[in-house]
Each structure stands twice: as C-alpha cells, then as structure tokens.
Design a protein around this ligand. Structure first.
Ligand code: NAP
Length: 322
C-alpha cells in the first residue's frame, strides 16, 4: 500500500484551504470530504463577512470556489466519510465508510461541527416534517406559513431574517430576555415587520397535527413557569453546534468533544494537525477557519520536510520537547 503525504479529513473552509496550501507545496494531498461537502458554510444563505466579497456571497458559491482553487493545484478529492483512524502507529491509518484504507505520514483534521439538538419530544420524529436546522435548505417549503426559530445567537437571527422571505411570520423564541446575536443583526431583526419575539421561554415539546407534520410547540416561560401551546407550521432550531470528533476519542487529547491544539495547530500526536471548528469553539468564522487551515497546512509541510531525513520517532521527540 502506498503511503500518502497528507490526508485532510473534511471539506469545509479549513479543509479546502489546507488542500490549497498543501497542493501548492507539491505534497499531492488527498482530501476526504465527509457527508456534506463544504460543511456548514454550504448551508449558509449569505456570507457578508468574508473578505474579498464586498457584496456578500452565498455559502454554496464560496464552497465551489474553495474546491475549484484547491483542485487547481492538484488536491485529490474523495467523496467518502472517515469512519476510523489509528494514530497509535506511524504511518497513520485511516479507514472509510466505503471500505477504503489509507496509510499517511500526516493528517489534517477539519471535520467541523454540526447543529446541536434540543433533545425534546417530537424533535427527532418531526425532523423533515416541519423541524429543520437549515433555513437555506428548507425555507422554501414554508412559503405563506408561520414558523418559529429557537435560539438567540447569530445563526438564529440571521436565519430568522432569511426565513421572512418565505414565511408570513417568524417568531424567535429565546430562553433569555436579550439576544446573543451581533447588534447589526439584532437591529435588522427588530426592524423587520414579519419578525416577533417571545422572551424567557423554552420549548418543552414539538407537536404534530393529524397530518403527521408540526402544528404547535409547547412552551414554558422560565420566569413564570407558565406552560402554553403555540401554533406553528415549522420549527427552526439554531442553538449552537457540537464538534464532529467522535472518531478521535481515545486517539488525541480532547476537551468537551473538541480536539486540543497548540497555537500552531498541532494536536497531541506529532504529525496530526487540526483546523476549523473541530478545535475552535470561540471564533467559528469562515475567515478564522481559513486561517487555521493555512496554519495547519504550513505546519504539515514543515513536518514532512523534517521526516525526509529523520525517523518519525526523532521528529516526534523533538516536537514533544523531549
Ligand atoms: P451560539 O452563538 O452558541 O448561540 C446559540 C443560541 O442558542 C444562544 O442564544 C443560546 O442561548 C441558545 N441555546 C443554546 N442551547 C439552548 C437550549 N438548549 N435551548 C434553548 N436555547 C438554547 O450559536 P450560533 O448562533 O450557531 O453561532 C455560532 C458561532 O458562529 C458564533 O460564534 C457566531 O458569532 C458565529 N456566526 C456568525 C455569523 C455571522 O457573523 N454572520 C452567522 C452565524 C454564526 P443563550 O444566549 O442564552 O446562551
């Protein structure tokens, strides 16, 4: 079996950027996409804060551009999902859902994060029948209908504003009396006539009507404990994200599901790097993920250069400060 120089796991902004840099460095990288190309960005309607696009850009277009640029310099793309890794021996082993096995000298992890669930009755059963985690994907199905948005962060407010293009009314239900979202988004939301707000309130369950689709949410006011039913055709949930790191459990140092890296994007295993939301629960921006993908790629390049005339054990010992 041939040994790869570098395998990049994940196809979000960090992954494609790592592909761009490592391919331009002539490392012939292999990028394994995961189930959703582009990750969360691909599902974002409009991105206004990525430099170079003064008029904004859709998530889909940005991902397409990232991929094209990475491929232009020779990044090989595999449409597969990594199901298992073994970092205990070098070269490392990577296995996929479709049954491929790879050996590689270095790895860049950029598996990102996925939307967090409320874990309340009705949520799972009604996903796709009125419950959604993506306005861009599903907003169209709610033309002329009324929907609720759960959450008070940037995602909830941005997606809520987007949903007013389709829905006649978008009611944001937030557990506090103040939004977490940025001031500019808050201002837009408060000025939008189709948006309404219910404060200090959490959903207890999502309920179906006779047709098996969502027709109400049961809400509880956390200050008064009052419980009530609120009629709605759709429930959009934006309560943050959980890192996609289960396959690294026991292989790398992790905290709360996030892969731990130092400031150079090195994980606890020399030769394994991580970039983007899998190791960043603070910034979580396209621009910061791109920067981290760049750093991880440059460090992988340096690591591979070191390996050219030394053993893995020697390089690893030096990196660990031994
Ligand atoms: P977030 O900032 O973590 O916000 C999550 C929201 O959900 C918070 O308002 C939180 O309430 C609420 N929440 C959490 N768990 C809940 C539960 N169990 N029940 C009810 N509500 C719950 O997540 P995000 O909005 O997805 O944003 C993630 C990151 O991406 C942030 O750094 C954000 O700035 C960034 N982002 C930026 C943009 C942009 O710049 N345009 C767009 C989207 C996302 P509390 O406020 O009470 O904690």
């Amino acid at each position: 079996m041939s040994v790869e120089n570098v395998i990049i796991i994940g196809s979000g902004p960090a992954g494609f950027t790592a592909g761009l840099y490592t391919s331009r460095a002539q490392l012939n990288p292999l990028l394994i996409t995961g189930n959703e190309i582009g990750g969360q960005v691909a599902l974002t309607n409009e991105i206004e804060n990525y430099p170079g696009f003064p008029d904004g850009v859709t998530g889909g277009e940005l991902v397409e551009r990232f991929q094209k640029q990475a491929e232009r310099f020779g990044t090989r793309i595999e449409y597969d999902y990594v199901s298992e890794v073994d970092f205990s021996e070098h070269p490392f082993t990577i296995r996929t859902q479709f049954g491929s096995e790879y050996k590689t000298k270095s790895v860049i992890i950029s598996t990102g994060a996925t939307p967090r669930k409320l874990q309340i009755p009705g949520e799972e059963e009604l996903t796709g029948r009125g419950v959604s985690y993506c306005g861009t994907c599903d907003g169209f199905f709610f033309r002329g209908k009324e929907v609720v948005v759960i959450g008070g962060g940037d995602s909830a407010i941005e997606e809520g504003i987007f949903l007013t293009r389709f829905a006649t009314k978008v009611t944001v239900i937030h557990r506090r009396d103040e939004l977490r979202a940025s001031k500019i988004l808050q201002k837009r939301a408060f000025e939008n006539e189709k948006m309404a707000f219910i404060w200090d309130t959490i959903p207890l369950s999502i309920n179906a009507g006779e047709n098996g689709a969502v027709n109400s949410v049961t809400l509880k006011n956390v200050k008064t404990d009052e419980v009530s039913d609120f009629p709605t055709d759709g429930v959009f949930i934006f309560i943050g994200h959980a890192p996609n790191g289960q396959i690294f459990d026991g292989q790398l140092d992790m905290v709360d599901g996030y892969v731990v890296t130092d400031k150079y994007m090195h994980t606890s295993i020399p030769g394994v790097f991580a970039a983007g939301e899998i190791q960043d629960n603070r910034f979580r921006q396209v621009a910061s993920s791109v920067g981290q993908g760049t750093q991880a790629a440059m460090e992988a390049e340096k690591f591979l250069l070191e390996l050219e005339d030394r053993t893995y054990e020697d390089v690893a010992a030096e990196l660990s400060g031994a």
